[in-house]
Design a protein around this ligand. Structure first.
Ligand code: SF4
Ligand code: SF4
Ligand code: SF4
Length: 385
């Protein structure tokens, strides 16, 4: 029974895996699908297995390198039905934008270290191999992939989309965004998405690719008449229809200049020297930190000692006041002495001119003598006699 099931593989070239993920989002239906298909190769779900023959292969991405091209050719050789899955595989999409810009400006920045990589001109897969079916969209709607598989299983020709996005947009009674001054590419874009963007008032960027009969120069003129800048229109159209609108110029061979060894050596030396310097600086910083930490301890001790001494010693102000007090006492004593002397002088009677000089003179009455009055009176009495 299992041998009757079609063998299916999902592969990817240069892309973002968004299309493969879109299929995975059918998680509720995948198990049911597995009853009808043998999914042999799908790296997002299981390990890749080399199959001799595939009935159906869904190919995501475009050819942008020699590796892509080799893989595409090998798979095409063993596949009955090859399906281009998503805008990259169908029309080129964003990776094909590289056709319209000067790769030498960025390639050295991005790919300098991967010299083994060999780029080729980014092209959709039908530029290299025959393609049986296309599922457009960036990414395609998950139900669209499922419906496609069901059609194949039933032996029906999968439905093609021959109406523009505008048709679905009008059916959904949306207001035209062109009238609101938005650059919508609905008129030239293949429908089938139910105008999901314009339903949400976002302009259609044309991710499902242009209709087979799309008049690209005419839409450019019409948009210009609406007031959109020429360059802006060109850039917008290039995103998904660039490869159909204009033949891309022959890509220039990209040469990645290897860096000069001498310079490299110099750079390495410089880096080493910088590292050494940094180490030295770090060491000295550590030492100084330690050195600073020690004296701090010492100073702490000193400060504590000083404080203790200050406490023990009398305050200088107190000293001064003590000295002043001593001086005052001395002065008072002096004053007292001088006062005594002057008092004694006053007590002594003035000498009359005739009066004979006394033989013995008495000192003025001093305080201690005053105290000893009995002794004084005794002497006085003797003289009187
Ligand atoms: S078509 Fe869009 S989603 Fe799919 S691989 Fe390309 S960029 Fe990604
Ligand atoms: S909004 Fe866009 S898709 Fe809708 S009718 Fe206007 S041009 Fe068409
Ligand atoms: S409306 Fe346009 S951009 Fe949006 S999904 Fe549909 S085709 Fe793509």
């Amino acid at each position: 029974m299992a041998k009757d099931k079609p063998v299916v593989g999902f592969y990817d070239l240069t892309g973002c895996n968004g299309c493969l993920l879109s299929f995975v989002f059918n998680e509720d239906e995948i198990l049911e699908m597995a009853r009808h298909f043998q999914i042999k190769s799908f790296r997002l779900i299981k390990e890749l297995k080399e199959e001799k023959q595939f009935d159906i292969v869904f190919m995501e991405g475009l050819v942008a390198s020699n590796m892509d091209l080799e893989m595409l050719k090998a798979i095409r050789a063993k596949t009955k039905t090859l399906v281009a899955l998503g805008a990259c595989a169908c029309t080129g999409c964003i990776p094909a934008y590289r056709n319209f810009i000067d790769a030498s400006k960025y390639v050295a920045m991005v790919y300098e270290k991967t010299k083994e990589m060999k780029d080729t001109q980014p092209l959709p897969i039908n530029k290299h191999v025959a393609v049986d079916y296309y599922i457009p969209g960036c990414p395609p709607d998950k139900k669209q992939i499922l419906d496609f598989m069901k059609d194949l299983l039933l032996g029906k020709k999968p439905a093609d989309y021959d109406r523009p996005v505008c048709f679905e947009c009008r059916l959904n009674e949306n207001r035209c965004l062109l009238d609101d001054g938005k650059m919508c590419l609905g008129p030239i874009t293949r429908g089938g998405c139910d105008a999901v963007c314009t339903n949400g008032k976002l302009e259609c960027w044309g991710c499902r690719g242009p209709m087979p009969d799309a008049n690209l120069p005419l839409i450019s003129k019409l948009l210009e008449q609406k007031g959109f800048p020429k360059e802006h229109i060109k850039q917008r159209l290039r995103t998904f229809a660039g490869m159909m609108m204009e033949t891309p110029p022959e890509p220039k061979p990209i040469k990645i200049k290897p860096a000069k060894p001498a310079k490299k050596v110099k750079l390495v030396k410089k880096k080493l020297a910088k590292k050494k310097l940094a180490k030295k600086v770090a060491k000295t910083a550590k030492k100084t930190k330690k050195a600073k930490a020690k004296p701090a301890k010492k100073t702490l001790k000193k400060v504590l000692k000083k404080k203790a001494l200050k406490k023990a010693k009398p305050k200088p102000a107190a000293k001064k006041t003590a000295k002043k007090a001593v001086k005052k006492i001395k002065k008072a004593k002096k004053k007292e002495k001088t006062a005594k002397k002057t008092a004694a002088k006053r007590v002594q009677p003035s000498k009359p001119a005739n009066e004979p000089a006394p033989q013995k003179t008495f000192k003025a009455e001093s305080e201690p003598q005053k105290k000893d009055k009995s002794f004084f009176n005794m002497i006085k009495g003797r003289f009187k006699r």
